[in-house]
Design a protein around this ligand. Structure first.
Ligand code: ADP
Ligand code: 5GP
Length: 212
């Protein structure tokens, strides 16, 4: 019997906490994975690439995709639309990949409801609020007004940390990466509940051959 079905790893947390930096750092260690490229209506930042960081679309296009039911989940974050396309996620799960989402707390809630115990979630944040502000300023990709919005949002998001399986404080990038690799590997080893009863049946019969 094989429990290697593919799994979902949701990464959430304040913008500027270091989610992208962590994904970049761990990606070689967690193959085979699929990083879900979200669709957004927010303007492209300097250095961002269409199809790599996001699919950048107009509000009109986003709404048409919503109508066509193309999203696994979608939300308004900081006044812009963001959504996760369903089709590539299904495909990646069928290929038994670890599907990684960088989505907000609303997205996490929706994915958990829809994908159940295939999902493992991590809330990633800085050691404190002041460090978050420092990182947002040093990233130098957003105006002061947008940074202020992100800080306000961060104060709200942190209240929902208990909804997550893990809390990861990204103080030292090296140390946090190591923790995240362990979590990603454990996420892969979770057994989907619909497979448990089949395993028990086969185990009692003596026909199960289970290897981790
Ligand atoms: P997010 O994807 O969560 O919005 P980023 O990965 O873009 O965050 O990181 C925000 C800024 O903080 C970037 O300038 C990045 O280089 C920096 N950064 C990330 N992790 C750390 C860390 N552990 N210590 C110091 N700076 C960090
Ligand atoms: P940013 O604009 O900094 O890239 O992302 C802003 C916020 O939107 C982050 O909290 C990020 O996790 C979230 N986000 C990015 N893509 C999606 C998505 O597809 N769905 C949801 N719900 N949130 C997303």
């Amino acid at each position: 019997m094989n429990f290697d079905t593919g799994a979902i790893l949701v990464l959430s947390g304040p913008s500027g906490a270091g989610k992208s930096s962590l994904i970049e750092k761990i990606k070689k260690e967690i193959e085979p994975y699929y990083f879900s490229v979200s669709t957004t209506t927010r303007p492209m930042r300097p250095g961002e690439i269409e199809g790599v960081h996001y699919h950048f679309v107009s509000e009109e296009q986003f709404k048409a995709d919503m109508e066509a039911d193309l999203f696994l989940e979608h939300a308004v974050v900081h006044g812009n639309y963001y959504g996760t396309s369903l089709k590539p996620v299904k495909q990646a799960l069928a290929e038994r990949r670890l599907v990684i989402f960088d989505i907000d707390v609303q997205g996490h809630d929706a994915v958990k409801r829809r994908m159940g115990d295939l999902t493992t979630s991590v809330f990633i944040t800085t050691p404190n609020l002041a460090e978050l502000e420092r990182r947002l300023h040093s990233r130098a990709t957003d105006s002061d007004e947008i940074i202020e919005k992100r800080i306000k949002m961060a104060k709200r998001e942190i209240q929902r940390v208990s909804e997550f399986d893990f809390l990861l404080i990204n103080d030292d990038l090296e140390r946090a990466s190591k923790h995240l690799i362990r979590i990603a590997k454990a996420a892969r080893m979770k057994i989907p509940s619909e497979q448990i009863s089949e395993f028990v049946r086969q185990w009692e019969e003596g026909s199960a051959t289970f290897a981790c």
